[in-house]
Design a protein around this ligand. Structure first.
Ligand code: SF4
Ligand code: SF4
Ligand code: SF4
Length: 307
């Protein structure tokens, strides 16, 4: 019998939904085994009944539930609770759902400040006032899904990787355990480390030194080349079948999208140590809290002092 699957998206860009499509051919095998009962990005299934006749949100029961996106509105919060109630196994898919993701950078501002800026204080608005009463209210900040309801499995990444989604879904369908990397991106990075000091940080758009077509083991570590690479403070697992981290493969530094090494890690402390160890002064980075928590601001970034 097919496994029932429900999916919801909250404060999100839909890149993680595209990742599900990116699974490619193995997705056909997964689809044969599931029955999608709710997925707004794919099907017109509404939560207050198809004609709005319902008085409370309702999502069909499902064995597997997937949530993408962090929680930014009271409606997101209620839907998260309904998903938790109706889904036996609940997956937070992507860094927005796992740690707030890029939208949680907004946690550096109060909700009222954001509304003021967007609807009054921006040169591109015409001052028509705040949205009307039918728009869901903002929560005080962006929350990761696990801060609101218990989550059974968190699959990070911005976007998450097709290999990880396929692996997790297949394990769930077959009833076998699914394990994730507990290494850092640096642990999985094949570049060459010489442990020599670097004086200044380079601009991200400056091209690093590498020989096209040569093995990555011949390229010098990007941080030792002077780029801000968050590999030391970021959980690994973003590589494909050969395990090479996704950005390093493209000769780009890691931006930290798989989130902190553990739930209790502090990326700021980890990165300060890593930068200092090769002689780079972390004070060169102007917006450190946001830079080091770019994808993990839920519960980590707080409103900045009034300017
Ligand atoms: S984790 Fe990234 S790709 Fe996925 S929904 Fe959030 S912003 Fe989009
Ligand atoms: S700092 Fe970046 S480039 Fe250097 S080893 Fe770590 S992940 Fe690789
Ligand atoms: S290398 Fe870093 S930023 Fe790039 S995909 Fe992996 S975890 Fe994300």
């Amino acid at each position: 019998m097919a496994v029932r699957l429900a999916e919801e998206w909250f404060s999100v860009c839909a890149g993680c939904e595209v990742t599900i499509l990116d699974i490619g051919e193995p997705l056909l095998d997964v689809l044969k085994q599931v029955q999608i009962v709710h997925m707004p990005v794919l099907m017109d299934h509404k939560v207050y009944g198809q004609t709005g006749e319902g008085t409370s949100m309702e999502i069909p029961e499902a064995e597997v539930g997937i949530i993408t996106g962090g929680i930014r509105t009271e409606e997101n919060k209620e839907l998260a609770k309904e998903m938790r109630k109706k889904c036996k196994t609940l997956i937070a898919l992507g860094s927005c759902a796992c740690f707030g993701g890029i939208p949680a950078l907004a946690n550096q501002y109060l909700a009222e400040e954001l509304l003021e800026k967007v609807y009054h204080g921006s040169k591109s608005t015409d001052g028509n006032g705040l949205p009307g009463k039918d728009v869901p209210a903002l929560t005080d900040r962006v929350y990761a899904v696990h801060e609101v309801v218990p989550v059974d499995l968190s699959l990070p990444g911005c976007p998450t990787t097709p290999e990880m989604v396929a692996g997790a879904l297949t394990s769930l369908l077959q009833g076998t355990p699914f394990t994730m990397s507990n290494k850092s991106v640096c642990d999985e990075c094949p570049t060459k480390r010489e442990k020599k000091s670097v004086a200044t940080l380079k601009r991200r758009l400056d091209a690093p030194e590498f020989t096209a077509g040569a093995p990555l083991s011949e390229m010098r570590c990007l941080m030792e080349q002077g780029y801000l690479c968050l590999g030391p403070a970021t959980r690994g697992g973003c590589g494909g079948s050969d395990g090479v981290p996704r950005c390093i493969r493209a000769y780009m530094p890691c931006e930290g999208c798989f989130g902190p090494l553990t739930d209790k890690s502090n990326p700021m402390v980890d990165m300060m140590g890593a930068l200092s160890s090769i002689g780079l002064d972390p004070k060169q980075i102007p917006d450190r809290a946001a830079t080091f928590n770019r994808f993990a601001g839920a519960g980590r970034l707080r409103p900045l002092p009034k300017r």
